[in-house]
Design a protein. Structure first.
Length: 248
């Protein structure tokens, strides 16, 4: 039951990762959905809760839950925590705690004040999450390559979200000029092209399938990042995932 609840959380909160997980085996879905559901819950607390104090309380709840999963007490009875406890090890708990801290830092000091801040944020959120997914599905090496691809995917997802975030919280890139957007997109594309992840990491990296296309569009048409015209049609989105699955 916990895994099915996690799957529904991901379906509603992170449709791309939901589709990517559904493209794997049933066994791997049972591993990936709790991890992705955890990420949805953390993102909701950090981005959708408008009152900073309440956001911190919710994030602290999840930090405490991770400590319980690591062995510091009975695990609280929550669909995500119960399922997550069965698929992560101590190192993955440490990485997920780092993910929470990165989101917490955004509440305390604002979002993406500098390129260095953005780079660190993407590595500790998208990077940590994808490394945890890779570890849980059997890949414990090639972390640098996995992080490089995950960073690029995190940037692509941020590009997609910027118009909504800007309207909701006055959140934007350190510099949203076309030149700066193109420079960031080029960094993401370079990370993808320069990374060689092992085939065992494929289930975790399926969630990054849209990154290259989104970043290429952002590079060619940087004005689309702020206008919200990067994603393409639903048909093309699903077709690109199918093509990725068939090619690997």
């Amino acid at each position: 039951m916990s895994v099915s609840v996690c799957a529904e959380i991901v379906r509603r909160g992170d449709p791309d990762r939901f589709l990517a997980a559904m493209a794997t085996s049933q066994r791997l879905r049972a591993t990936l959905f709790p991890i992705y559901a955890f990420n949805v819950e953390i993102s909701r607390a950090a981005w959708l809760v408008r009152e900073p104090t309440i956001a911190r309380i919710r994030l602290q709840w999840w930090r405490d839950a991770l400590r319980e999963i690591a062995g510091d007490g009975a695990i609280r009875n929550h669909e995500v925590t119960v399922a997550l406890a069965g698929v992560v090890d101590a190192e993955s708990v440490r990485l997920l705690d780092g993910l929470i801290c990165a989101q917490w830092g955004g509440i305390d000091r604002g979002r993406f004040e500098t390129d260095a801040h953005l780079t660190e944020y993407l590595d500790r959120t998208a990077g940590n999450l994808t490394v945890v997914a890779a570890r849980a599905t059997g890949t414990t090496n090639s972390e640098d390559a996995i992080r490089a691809i995950a960073w690029a995917s995190g940037l692509a997802n941020l590009f997609l979200a910027i118009p909504k975030l800007s309207a909701m919280e006055d959140v934007s890139l350190p510099d949203h000029s076309p030149t700066a957007v193109r420079r960031l997109a080029a960094r993401g594309l370079a990370r993808i092209s320069g990374a060689s992840a092992p085939s065992q990491a494929k289930p975790a990296l399926l969630a990054t399938w849209r990154a290259n296309g989104i970043l290429q569009t952002a590079y060619d048409h940087p004005e689309r990042v702020m206008s919200g015209n990067l994603g393409g049609s639903e048909f093309m989105r699903r077709a690109s995932l199918l093509r990725r699955v068939l090619m690997e």
